[in-house]
Write a protein that binds this ligand. Structure first.
Ligand code: 2AM
Length: 191
């Protein structure tokens, strides 16, 4: 069986995705490649290429994962990753006024480790990716992108709650990534 490119994500409410999409429109397309609204999400763990036969185990792991009944999050300050000097993605920093997000990411990652699944080991840093920087930019264009990021107003939306966690497949195509949900679990406090 083939390998699938997998990750676990938090799914965002439609109204938030619409507001993010309006915010993305202020970014010049000559420098930034915005994520499609339907692809906006918060990554909890990135597994990368994973044998297809592991999907049922990973779905079960999601079913058994202890979930808070609801998470309360915010998205506000623009955050260049991995850093402003080496920026490859423009994200928004995600806040978690009520707590619970770090614990959720840790429990998921521990459950993955316990069951022998590997994932990108970079520590969890709560963020929401808005756009990728084009790869072939000149130093001048990269500087322009940095200045745009520094002058961006904060994204103002208020608090929101993700509706569910999804085991997502990402298929890379020349026209961008296509995300396909393989298993989803709703938070109890959400519809
Ligand atoms: P992001 O969360 O910063 O946007 C699918 O590629 C998703 O998994 C993207 O949202 C991506 O980054 C996230 N991701 C985390 N670690 C990754 C890695 N090492 N390679 C590719 N994507 C990764």
């Amino acid at each position: 069986m083939a390998d699938l490119r997998l990750f676990f994500s938090l799914d965002l409410p439609a109204r938030l995705k619409e507001a993010l999409s309006r915010y993305q429109r202020t970014l010049p397309r000559s420098l930034f490649r915005p994520l499609k609204p339907e692809n906006l999400h918060i990554t909890l763990a990135f597994l990368g290429d994973t044998p297809e036969e592991e999907v049922p185990h990973l779905s079960r792991l999601l079913t058994d994962l202890p979930l808070p009944s609801r998470l309360v999050l915010t998205a506000g300050r623009p955050l260049a990753l991995p850093s402003l000097s080496r920026i490859s993605v423009l994200t928004l920093k995600v806040g978690n006024p009520g707590g619970g997000l770090e614990d959720l990411a840790s429990s998921l990652r521990e459950a993955l480790l316990d069951t022998g699944h590997s994932f990108d080991p970079k520590p969890f840093k709560a963020h929401l990716t808005l756009a990728y920087l084009h790869r072939s930019l000149s130093p001048g264009e990269r500087e322009e992108a940095r200045e745009i990021i520094l002058s961006l107003p904060p994204f103002r939306f208020g608090r929101f709650s993700p509706e569910s966690i999804t085991l997502m497949q990402s298929t890379l195509t020349p026209a961008g990534s296509i995300f396909t949900p393989l298993a989803t679990r709703s938070f109890r406090g959400e519809p």
